[in-house]
Ligand binder design. Structure first.
Ligand code: FEO
Length: 173
């Protein structure tokens, strides 16, 4: 049984993950419109992954006998100054998500909800990866600057990314 506080926090996290999905779909559109189809594809995969994150929390609330309450999803940005700005905004956003997961983890400790704490461990590891990936792309973009061949190669590399269902969903099937 979930406490009201934990249930509310998990519902807020479902909303935050769906907002992230919406943000990355917007970034995908920006990349496609700016002649970077590989980066657009990379963000489309990111969009799918965030939907998975929302679904993991959704499944968990139901599994624990809680109630899922879907709230409106706020508007997302649609314009960025540059490709570097897009990826720097991605890193800043992921750092915010990490802080949200950490707050949730702290709440489970305060509420002595160790089952939810255990379920959050996958997200803690995932956030390390999310931040590292965004940082690596930023480093590459800074190194390449506006070198056309470098940008072409990076776009090609990022476009090779494929979607894999998140492990907690894959194992639930
Ligand atoms: Fe759901 Fe990118 O964190």
């Amino acid at each position: 049984m979930l406490s009201k506080k934990i249930e509310e926090a998990l519902n807020a996290q479902i909303n935050a993950e769906l907002w992230s999905a919406y943000l990355y779909l917007s970034m995908a559109a920006y990349c496609h419109s700016n002649g970077k189809p590989g980066m657009g594809k990379w963000y489309e995969v990111q969009f799918q992954e965030e939907q998975d994150h929302a679904k993991i929390f959704f499944n968990y609330v139901i599994q624990r006998g809680g109630t899922v309450t879907l709230k409106p999803i706020d508007a997302v940005p649609t314009e960025w100054k540059s490709l570097l700005d897009v990826f720097e905004s991605t890193l800043a956003h992921e750092q915010k998500v990490t802080a949200l997961i950490n707050e949730l983890f702290a709440l489970t400790a305060a509420e002595k909800d160790y089952a939810t704490q255990s379920a959050l461990k996958w997200f803690i590891d995932e956030q390390v990866e999310e931040e590292e990936t965004a940082q690596n792309i930023i480093d590459n973009l800074k190194m390449i600057q506006d070198n056309g061949y470098g940008l072409y190669m990076l776009d090609k590399e990022l476009g090779a990314r494929t979607y894999t269902q998140a492990a907690p969903l894959a194992s639930a099937q």
